[in-house]
Write a protein that binds this ligand. Sequence first.
Ligand SMILES: *Cc1c(COP(=O)(O)O)cnc(C)c1O
Length: 289
Amino acid sequence: MTSKKVNLYIKRLDLIHPTAGGNKYFKLLYNLKEAEIRSHKTILTFGGAYSNHIYSTAAACQALGLRSIGIIRGEAGKQLSPTLEYAKECGMSLHYMDRETYRNKQQAEVVENLRRQFGSFYLIPEGGTNKLAIKGCMEILREEDHRMDYIGAAIGTGGTLTGLIASARASQTVLGISSLKGEFIHKEIACLLESHAIEPKAKYELFTDYHFGGYAKYKQELIEFMREFTDQNGIPLDPIYTGKLFYGIYDLIKKDYFHEHASILLIHSGGLQGIEGFNMRHQENLRSS
Ligand SMILES: *Cc1c(COP(=O)(O)O)cnc(C)c1O
């Protein structure tokens, strides 16, 4: 590879807390404050068996002395995933929901049934994206980050990217690398911005060619890139989000997307807890630290 003259910086959100770090810290911050203001003692949320959001919510609730309920998609496996094992250790009470009902979990009837079953709770949606999550993610960028020309982040539900777009300056461009397959994410981000009355000063661009087959899908090429990156820089990446983000940005650098001497800040949004489960499922041996 020929060398390119850009300056790459990494914001290590994975290091801000040993268990509740990453972008989920910012997404949960104001939601948990709101729960406290409204005197809720119980947080209920949703996720899959390997979900970073379930993991972080369980850890944060334990730290704050809140009761947590995790509604897990699908049926119980023979064995708990490492993620669910940890959530359970944190005191999260785990309940499985069949996939059909899970798809409809936003419907009032499903939520009412949950209230009948569990009593009163503060609900955080799957992936944690709502108004307060976006407000929290507007605090990811600090004063010193506003010197950067580009800010790159991975996209799942888009809440984190929306917060970044909302807080970036007019001189900056926010780059979103989608972890999911499909062009729907363009509409999704536009929708999140509009429904939260955000009029971005910054420019933004979304990339939908780095999903490697779809959400939680991967190819050996991604694994090889991640291994090489971690060996060279000592920074672990997760295969669901940050691996695809870094792969995508390196590809854009290769293709001369950036001007010479551009400064690029990549958000390491965490997700390293998922590596153990990923390695078990796929017989891989990615480093998680
Ligand atoms: C949840 C998550 C994301 C995606 O965040 P959204 O706000 O849902 O787009 C990105 N990276 C990691 C590591 C995550 O855990």
